[in-house]
Design a binder for this molecule. Structure first.
Ligand code: NAD
Length: 293
């Protein structure tokens, strides 16, 4: 019997790569439902799976901010079961907090937090009834530690951590495993897709000059980090596979061991000040070329 996997956000990035990898499994172990908000974007996925048999891949429309769309996708799963749900869809938001509109902030929380939670909600009754299941969530370094100019994004990803940890405690009783795949920077469309305040934006002109200058430094830092340290989606997919293939999956997987030392002062110095000092130094004490001043 095939393992039925439903993945959100498959038109690009991590979701697309994971869908392609699972659907291309030589033993055809997986039946993948690759879902995406906009089916007009399915060509990229189809290009990557050229020549594949129909029996390992189906593409469904699913907007995780639209409950009806989630339920419709769920009802189109022909096997009438989902063994593994992958909540991957998400969007970023970058810029000084004062430059963000309430509507924009709401949108980020709607996708990253409520979208993820309501997707899980829709599939829980089925998993509980079948007596097993896996919920894998694409987590972020921004869900484990604060990052300047990413306040709302981090808030949404921290919130996902809280929801998943809470669920994991309960769902043990139903043989349902929840795992977060924690990613640092990954080479995807994420930076293009995220909403970002750009230097010429009118919203930024209202922000004080000191914040704007720190934001410039942050953007340089961020560009450098993506250039030097971003992983490829294949690396992330490997970690997903570890979690999928483990008989007793962990709650958290880190795709990149370099992420752990950044977070560790949060545990060793519980008052939080050491992490804040370290991060400020790492991000803001550079000369723009990435060298420490
Ligand atoms: P991406 O932008 O290529 O993929 C995100 C996908 O989510 C897109 O296909 C987008 O269309 C989809 N999406 C957005 N809103 C949606 C909605 N309402 N309904 C359904 N789908 C929607 O970027 P990615 O890097 O592959 O992102 C995947 C996940 O990884 C996100 O949750 C992101 O927060 C997380 N992540 C990414 C990075 C990174 O550096 N790329 C780092 C840490 C975590």
């Amino acid at each position: 019997e095939q393992i039925v996997v439903l993945i959100t956000g498959c038109s690009s990035g991590i979701g697309l790569s994971l869908a392609v990898r699972l659907a291309s499994d030589p033993a055809k172990m997986y039946k993948v439902y690759a879902t995406m908000r906009n089916l007009a974007k399915k060509e990229r996925l189809l290009d990557c799976v050229k020549g594949l048999h129909k029996d390992t891949l189906d593409i469904l429309q699913m907007d995780i901010t639209d409950q009806q769309s989630i339920l419709d996708a769920r009802d189109r799963v022909r096997e009438k079961r989902v063994n593994i749900l992958v909540c991957n869809a998400g969007v970023g938001l970058m810029g000084p907090l004062e430059a963000q509109s309430l509507a924009t902030m709401r949108r980020i929380l709607e996708v990253n937090l409520l979208g993820t939670i309501s997707t899980i909600q829709a599939f829980l009754p089925g998993m509980k009834a079948q007596g097993h299941g896996r919920v894998l969530v694409t987590g972020s370094i921004g869900g484990l530690q604060g990052l300047p100019f990413n306040e709302v994004y981090c808030a949404s990803k921290f919130a996902v951590e809280g929801a998943c940890e809470s669920l994991a405690i309960l769902l043990q009783h139903f043989n349902i495993h929840v795992s977060l795949i924690e990613c640092g920077p990954v080479n995807t469309d994420f930076l293009d897709n995220l909403q970002r305040a750009e230097p010429g934006d009118s919203s930024l002109q209202q922000v004080d000059a000191h914040t704007r200058s720190l934001y410039d430094t942050y953007l340089q830092h961020c560009g450098m980090v993506f250039q030097n340290a971003a992983q490829d989606t294949e690396d992330i997919v490997k970690v997903f596979l570890d979690a999928i293939q483990s008989s007793n999956p962990a709650f958290r997987y880190y795709t990149n061991n370099a992420l752990i030392p950044l977070s560790s002062p949060k545990i060793s110095a519980l008052d939080g000040s050491q992490y804040i000092r370290n991060m400020s130094k790492i991000i803001f004490s550079t000369n723009g070329k990435g060298e420490q001043k």
